[in-house]
Design a protein around this ligand. Structure first.
Ligand code: THU
Length: 141
């Protein structure tokens, strides 16, 4: 992933966060995946009055990627946190992908694929798919 792709990926996740439908938790999340076709696919969380029906931002981004015809992820950015709060004051600051989304991401990624976790203010953590989900379930191996 180039520096330019990384910057565009982060911007796409932050922009997607603005569109989130987080009526119940009030915690907006945006995600974006960079695919091997060079496109960046964004998604946001979409909640529901029947709470378990809500979907994570990562799920939306992966659905958009599949719809676009891509099948391989080269990079992931996830944006959470509150725009009006500085990270050091914000206990919700780290929008680390949930367990289910780690498995969703791993389905389309090598272990070395970078995952960048950001707030509206700054980059919080740069890690990899393999670090987030070691020994991932995989039917092919
Ligand atoms: N959420 C995501 O969109 N991605 C994650 O990886 C963690 C959680 C959403 C789900 C719910 O709408 C809100 O954040 C609060 O849990």
């Amino acid at each position: 992933m180039t520096d330019d792709e990384k910057a565009r990926l982060i911007e796409a996740a932050r922009s997607a966060r603005e569109t989130a439908y987080a009526k119940y938790s009030h915690y907006r999340v945006g995600a974006a995946v960079l695919a091997d076709d060079g496109a960046i696919y964004p998604g946001c969380n979409v909640e529901n009055a029947a709470y378990p029906q809500g979907t994570c931002a990562e799920a939306g981004a992966i659905a958009a990627m599949a719809l676009g015809g891509a099948r391989t992820i080269r990079g992931v950015a996830v944006a959470g946190g509150k725009a009006d709060t500085q990270p050091e004051d914000d206990p919700w600051g780290l929008a680390s992908p949930c367990g289910g989304c780690r498995q969703r991401i791993a389905e389309f990624s090598k272990a070395s694929v970078p995952v960048i976790i950001v707030t509206p203010h700054e980059v919080m953590l740069e890690t990899t798919v393999g670090a987030l989900l070691p020994h991932a379930f995989n039917l092919q191996e």
